[in-house]
Design a protein around this ligand. Structure first.
Ligand code: MTE
Ligand code: MO
Length: 329
């Protein structure tokens, strides 16, 4: 049984919009720049410009830093401007480090080397592989993708990484495997959010084999032409841009191939609101708010949300004949 608590994304929309956050932050930054003010314990997280630069510099000791930038794949285009690097790396969801948006500093405590990934379950032969060995085997490329959080903010970023289909090929799943279950790291000593025992750690997500091998499913290892910052999910996270952002799990340590549909972290907490499929659809509201529009990071305007987040041409056929499923929640 989970004790019912108010989650970050259960805030009323007005309180959760980036504008409100940024307005507060800008005021705070101005106040700090204006003169000495005492911050309790010195741990105030402001997301001010200097902090943002610190957040970006934090990746420079990553041994994979020299791999980037990688060549852009022109097939994946955007219908909008890229989000600013500073916002995309300082406004994050990563509940392992807390339920606020400015967890980037806490996330720096996560050790990302050595980082071993287990590939097991219904595969020819289970194995483990270190992240740097995996990076050496995979064809890295850059893709411009949209990202739509279920909370109704969105961004557009240049991810670096490799097609998830390449990882599936390496894994050699048995034909009996129907799903990939992804498991994130568990380390409450460094991830303070994991001390919260009412959450069902570790973070779990899952895809069908058809979804995992769809060309859009992308394993992310970098962003803005650099190694991925820890707050964005280093050293390995998923991007499934046609689904709500919570499917794009961060800090992955295990891919388990299975014939059982995985039950995700959020589905365990609140299955009525966060299901397995979680495909973006502006016409299917969240039980507590509309999904018709979204606020791009850094913008004051709401723009229309698109079916499958604009990726219907790539993925709509995955769901043909599945009308009985809760595809959009
Ligand atoms: N392990 C883990 N992965 C996660 C989350 C999380 O809390 N833990 N949050 C998800 C949500 S709700 C979103 S919107 C995206 C945010 O990714 P970003 O911080 O890089 O924008 O990460 C997703 N992946
Ligand atoms: Mo999200």
């Amino acid at each position: 049984m989970f004790i019912r608590r108010k989650l970050g994304w259960e805030l009323p929309e007005s309180a959760a919009t980036p504008e409100a956050v940024f307005r507060q932050r800008r005021q705070l930054c101005k106040a700090i720049a204006a003169g000495p003010i005492l911050l309790a314990g010195g741990t105030m997280l402001t997301g001010c410009k200097e902090d943002g630069m610190e957040a970006l510099a934090a990746t420079s000791d990553d041994p994979s830093a020299g791999l980037y930038p990688v060549e852009r794949n022109a097939r994946y285009e955007l219908d909008r401007e890229l989000s600013s690097e500073e916002l995309a790396t300082t406004y994050n969801n990563y509940y392992e480090f807390g339920s606020s948006k400015n967890i980037w500093r806490y996330a720096q405590e996560l050790p990302i080397r050595p980082w071993t990934i287990a590939i097991d379950g219904m595969v020819e032969k289970p194995f483990e592989i270190g992240i740097d060995d995996l990076l050496a085997k995979m064809p890295l490329e850059e893709r411009l993708y949209r990202h739509r959080c279920v909370e109704a903010w969105s961004m557009a970023v240049p991810w670096s990484g490799f097609a998830m289909a390449e990882l599936v090929k390496l894994a050699k799943p048995l034909s009996s495997a129907k799903y990939v279950r992804m498991v994130s790291f568990e380390d409450p000593e460094v991830a303070r959010g994991q001390e919260a025992s009412w959450y069902p750690w570790p973070y779990i997500e899952g895809l069908t084999m058809a979804e995992a091998t769809n060309e859009l499913a992308f394993m992310v290892t970098g962003i803005y032409g650099k190694a991925l910052p820890k707050q964005n999910g280093a050293p390995l996270r998923l991007a499934t841009p046609w689904k709500y952002g919570f499917k794009s799990t961060k800090g992955i340590v295990r891919f388990e191939f299975t014939d059982q549909r995985p039950v995700s972290f959020w589905e365990t907490i609140q299955g009525r609101e966060y299901g397995f499929w979680a495909n973006v659809n502006p016409e299917v509201p969240h039980p507590r708010w509309s999904q018709a529009t979204e606020t791009p990071l850094g913008s004051n305007e709401r723009v229309p949300t698109l079916l499958f987040n604009g990726y219907a041409d790539y993925v709509a056929d995955l769901y043909e004949g599945m009308e009985g499923e809760r595809l959009f929640m």
